[in-house]
Design a protein around this ligand. Structure first.
Ligand SMILES: Cc1cc2nc3c(=O)[nH]c(=O)nc-3n(C[C@H](O)[C@H](O)[C@H](O)COP(=O)(O)O)c2cc1C
Length: 235
């Protein structure tokens, strides 16, 4: 049986299966703009013929890890629709699982939805307008004081930045898994960004991540060949 219908979120979905037994619950696959998402149906009437299936978007099953990684691309144009608070919470909870030096979590995240602040960040990032246009922007700040308190100079200069950037990576992957898109913005004036966000001394913004629903096909970027990238045993 193959079923095609347009569901309420304007996503095309199909169900396939030869002779499904009664009460069998097929997997319903929804294909969005870029990312196939898998959902479990809440109800199914009959396994044969053309039938209606109710899809529960709440019971989303997430993509497997490798699909998330290969579906993440920088996206610099977003739909105007908002990012749901539940999705943002899920992203933040995922970030909070990231490893950090000594488990100190030497970083903070600033969630920016306010348009005035987003405009200031847009300006601080030399007019990269997707910073101002994204519905939500996360700014990852290294807390040099926190990491330095245990690890001295190395903590202050390196671990705090590493903690913040690992967290930003988790953010990008979590957003992708939820059908959202991001881009890492590293080119910005740190003083201007810190001022806009009222960041205290010994805390510095290291990555700006706009998040939104994708409104463009991401450009597939090439990578170095593994034979060039990977050295065995010694450099
Ligand atoms: C540290 C860092 C800084 C970056 N800074 C910017 C930036 O300022 N503006 C931008 O548009 N993209 C920026 N990017 C995104 C890269 O251009 C992008 O990740 C790279 O071209 C690979 O493409 P992909 O993300 O689609 O795989 C940055 C990425 C990293 C990791």
């Amino acid at each position: 049986m193959v079923f095609r219908e347009t569901c309420s979120r304007n996503l095309r979905y199909s169900v396939s299966g030869a002779s499904l037994p009664k009460h069998h619950k097929p997997i319903v696959r929804c294909f969005g703009k870029f990312v196939p998402e898998t959902f479990g149906p809440t109800s199914q009437t009959c396994p044969t013929g053309w039938k209606t299936i109710t899809v529960s978007l709440g019971r989303r099953k997430t993509m497997d890890f490798f699909s998330v990684v290969s579906n993440r691309h920088s996206v610099r144009k977003y739909e105007s629709r908002d990012v749901e608070e539940e999705k943002l919470d899920r992203i933040l909870e995922t970030i909070n699982l990231a490893p950090s030096a000594g488990n100190l979590q030497g970083y903070e995240i600033i969630v920016v939805r306010d348009q005035v602040t987003k405009n200031a960040l847009d300006e601080a990032s030399y007019g990269q307008e997707y910073v101002g246009c994204a519905p939500v922007v996360l700014v990852f700040c290294a807390n040099h004081l926190m990491s330095g308190s245990k690890y001295g100079q190395r903590g202050e200069n390196l671990y705090a930045v590493q903690d913040a950037t690992i967290a930003a990576t988790f953010c990008q992957l979590a957003a992708t898994a939820l059908g959202l898109a991001t881009v890492w913005v590293g080119a910005f004036n740190p003083q201007a960004a810190a001022e806009a966000l009222q960041v205290p001394d010994r805390v510095s913004p290291v990555a700006i991540i706009p998040i939104g629903y994708p409104a463009e096909e991401p450009i597939r970027t090439p990578r170095r060949h593994l034979s060039d990238l990977v050295r065995r045993e010694k450099y």
